[in-house]
Design a protein around this ligand. Structure first.
Ligand code: NAP
Length: 271
């Protein structure tokens, strides 16, 4: 006999995840009966976890966070060729026939706040070359950006990403000065609570530049504070967090999140 449908977020660690708060807020707001849980899954338990859930007709799927975004690609179907493009999955969805597919909603979630801008040919700078940077660079390549400067601790990794996404640009160290780009994105862990700060001099940026920080803990990072002090437009990490969750929610529960409730949700996430 089947019970109420549910989705979940998996990772190791998992206690910090904001996904249950977001998805439960939307389930409640829509009056849907489903549930959204958090499950601690270690790397050695990932394959057995996916097999066990695959057999559960109540399971709608899961969000995937650190450290499973790459490993999970070996365990699920990949109809959208995520492996050959972004190279990391953050959402797994069980199909009615019991097959399980993986996708990535981070790239679209990242891009949503920028969708009204014309980034065609625009010079951009991206800090970081990890999983989040892959989604960012994929989205920026699709938007047709111009010269891309990646600032990263490990240069070889970043050079590989320029090639992977067919971007023109260069890789520089974290202590290099910024070029005068239209958009600066921090997709590294720097500036996160418990991590070293991201220490960048923003003075080379033009007055109409946008500074986008994916870090959401804390929400008001030093980078965003410095950008605001310069009068630059900013985008914080909650926009992407909510954006990627919205796409996953619709895949899990066959309904879009309620409209007009983002301010309330942001309030809960920052309480
Ligand atoms: P990741 O794959 O572990 O990559 C981390 C990146 O940060 C790498 O480029 C790494 O440099 C760099 N880094 C880490 N510690 C460093 C240090 N001490 N010094 C210099 N560089 C350092 O992590 P991720 O999944 O990409 O996540 C990165 C950030 O994005 C996190 O803050 C995460 O919370 C945030 N994020 C936000 C959202 C959202 O929805 N807002 C979504 C995804 C991720 P190396 O390449 O040299 O190792």
């Amino acid at each position: 006999m089947s019970g109420p449908s549910y989705a979940e977020v998996i990772g190791d660690p998992i206690a910090q995840s904001k996904s249950p708060l977001i998805h439960k807020f939307w389930l409640d707001a829509l009056g849907l009966a489903g549930d959204y849980r958090r499950s601690h899954v270690t790397p050695d338990a990932l394959a057995a976890f996916v097999e066990q859930r695959r057999a559960d007709p109540d399971w709608r799927g899961c969000n995937v966070t650190i450290p499973h975004k790459v490993a999970v690609m070996d365990l699920v179907d990949d109809p959208g060729n995520i492996r050959g493009t972004i190279g990391a999955m953050n959402t797994i969805v069980r199909q009615p026939d019991g097959s399980v597919i993986g996708t990535n909603t981070d790239a679209a979630g990242f891009y949503a706040p920028l969708a009204d801008l014309d980034l065609e040919g625009a010079p951009v700078a991206v800090v970081g070359a990890g999983g989040a940077a892959r989604a960012v660079l994929f989205a920026l390549a699709r938007a047709g950006v111009g010269h891309v400067t990646i600032l990263n601790r490990s240069p070889l990794k970043a050079m590989g990403l320029l090639a992977t996404f067919g971007l023109n640009g260069e890789v520089v160290g974290l202590d290099s000065s910024l070029p005068p780009v239209s958009l600066l994105v921090n997709s590294s862990s720097l500036g996160m609570t418990g991590q070293p700060p991201l220490d960048l001099d923003l003075s080379p940026l033009p007055d109409d530049a946008i500074v986008y920080d994916l870090v959401y803990a804390p929400l008001q990072t030093e980078l965003l504070g410095a950008a605001e002090a310069r009068g630059l437009d900013t985008v914080d990490g909650l926009d992407m967090l909510i954006g990627q969750a919205a796409l996953a929610f619709e895949l899990f529960f066959d309904a879009p999140p309620p409209e007009g409730r983002d301010d309330e949700l942001r309030g809960l996430l920052t309480a």
